[in-house]
Write a protein that binds this ligand. Structure first.
Ligand code: GUN
Ligand code: FE
Length: 425
């Protein structure tokens, strides 16, 4: 057992922060929280205490939608909307991952950058390439971080050099399952890229695989108007875009993440609610590709689970703190343009999305309540805290003004995570 002493903040519920000034978190040998305490209880008096002084201690970030093979395109190529952006910049870059050396160089940096910005668990799209996808799983596991790796299925409307067959996507996903079978924090996720990229045959097989092994599913949904129109043409029998996944067993029959959902309403909204499908909000991406503003307040009011994603490289950075910041700003734009009907999000709600709500996809992750994995960040905000701010204001200033320079320690499942090594070239 171990104990950590610091200024503790977390969100057991969306509406409020639990805060303990110079409090203690006791962590068991299984890497899970035993409890948080204002004073160390008598029964733990022999437990070794690490004192982080006046620093902040909070749950680590969870990124529920990110594309590892788009690493090289980070911060460039934002002059197109989704469909031309995919064809012009994204598909050509992803074809490079058949080269394992290139994949290693980029994927090492990818894992290092997740670590750097305080993301300890992520739901990741890889590419169609099994070797590179297994390598990505190895690198995340070696780093001690957690997540799900999706070997991407795509067999139509994309370059010949970036297609797999139905047999290949099933075989490739099975290889990722086998590779991660002994990794405690890394696992496989069924990943049809999105309906326009997958034939009904491929969607059918992926749905069967997910349901047979009870594997989770991730994909994209209702990101942009042209994409939605295209799906109507490609899947005329579906009543909405979401129904096109549901028909193949890929919409909540097993735990499911759908990125974006900017235009989800009506029947699709009801399907997400009934099937407990996660809406993964990717606000920086939705700004960069001019996609739209997802109705996050409406999802939350309806009980549709919501998480945050960076969506690198349509999203322009790895920081989920930045995603919190953009979530708050975009919810205010939605509020003002929607006639002030749906209230914008509060700081604690946006923080909860990034921690406990997103973390729930990985199990008991994202809070410091007893039994939760101790995934944590230590933040030295002394340079931002020059005039006795309250704890909540210190966190708020860190979210709006801070970056990786203030992160002094990162923990995943109770273990301190060292900086993953990159490869120079
Ligand atoms: N839809 C299908 N593929 C992608 C992708 O790589 N990024 C985003 N933002 N949307 C997609
Ligand atoms: Fe995406």
């Amino acid at each position: 057992m171990k104990a950590y002493k610091a200024n503790i903040l977390f969100t057991p519920e969306p509406e409020r922060f639990e805060m303990l000034e110079h409090g203690y978190v006791v962590v068991g040998d299984d890497g899970c929280v035993v409890g948080t305490f204002a004073e160390l209880p008598e029964q733990y008096k022999d437990v070794p205490v690490t004192d982080f002084g006046d620093q902040l201690l909070m749950p680590a970030m969870n990124d529920l939608h990110v594309h590892a093979p788009q690493y090289r395109n980070l911060g460039i190529a934002m002059d197109q909307e989704l469909l031309p952006w995919l064809n012009t910049y994204t598909f050509p870059e992803e074809t490079k991952y058949r080269d394992l050396q290139y994949a290693e160089r980029m994927y090492r940096r990818f894992v290092r950058d997740l670590w750097k910005l305080g993301t300890m668990r992520a739901a990741i799209f890889a590419t169609i390439h099994p070797e590179a996808s297994c390598l990505l799983a190895d690198l995340l596991h070696e780093a001690g971080m957690g997540g799900m790796i999706g070997l991407v299925g795509m067999d139509r409307n994309c370059p010949e050099t970036l297609r797999n067959t139905t047999e290949e996507v099933i075989e490739g996903t099975r290889r990722v399952m086998a590779r991660t079978a002994t990794m405690p924090l890394v696992s496989a996720i069924v990943t049809p890229r999105f309906v326009p990229s997958c034939t009904p045959e491929m969607l059918t097989a992926l749905g069967q695989l997910a349901n047979e092994y009870h594997l989770p599913v991730q994909s994209h949904l209702s990101e942009n108007q042209s994409e939605i129109e295209w799906v109507k043409e490609l899947e005329p029998e579906s009543t909405c875009y979401g129904d096109a996944y549901r028909r193949y067993g890929l919409f909540g029959q097993t735990p499911t993440l759908m990125a974006h959902c900017c235009y989800t309403a009506g029947e699709e909204f009801e399907l997400m609610r009934a099937n407990h499908v996660f809406a993964v909000h990717c606000p920086t991406s939705n700004c960069n590709l001019g996609s739209g503003i997802a109705p996050i307040r409406r999802f939350m009011n309806a009980g549709i689970p919501v998480a945050l994603g960076s969506d690198v490289s349509a999203g322009s950075g790895f920081s989920i703190f930045r995603a919190i910041h953009y979530t708050l700003q975009m919810s205010k734009m939605k509020w003002v343009h929607g006639g002030h009907r749906e209230m914008f999000l509060s700081l604690s709600e946006a923080f909860w999305l990034a921690t406990k709500s997103g973390g729930s996809f990985f199990g008991k992750v994202g809070s410091f309540e007893p039994g939760y994995a101790f995934d944590a960040l230590v933040v030295d905000d002394s340079d931002l805290n020059f005039d006795n701010y309250s704890l909540q204001h210190r966190l708020e200033r860190y979210i709006y003004l801070g970056d990786d320079r203030q992160l002094t320690h990162r923990f995943c499942q109770g273990k301190e995570i060292a900086q993953p090594r990159i490869k120079e070239n």
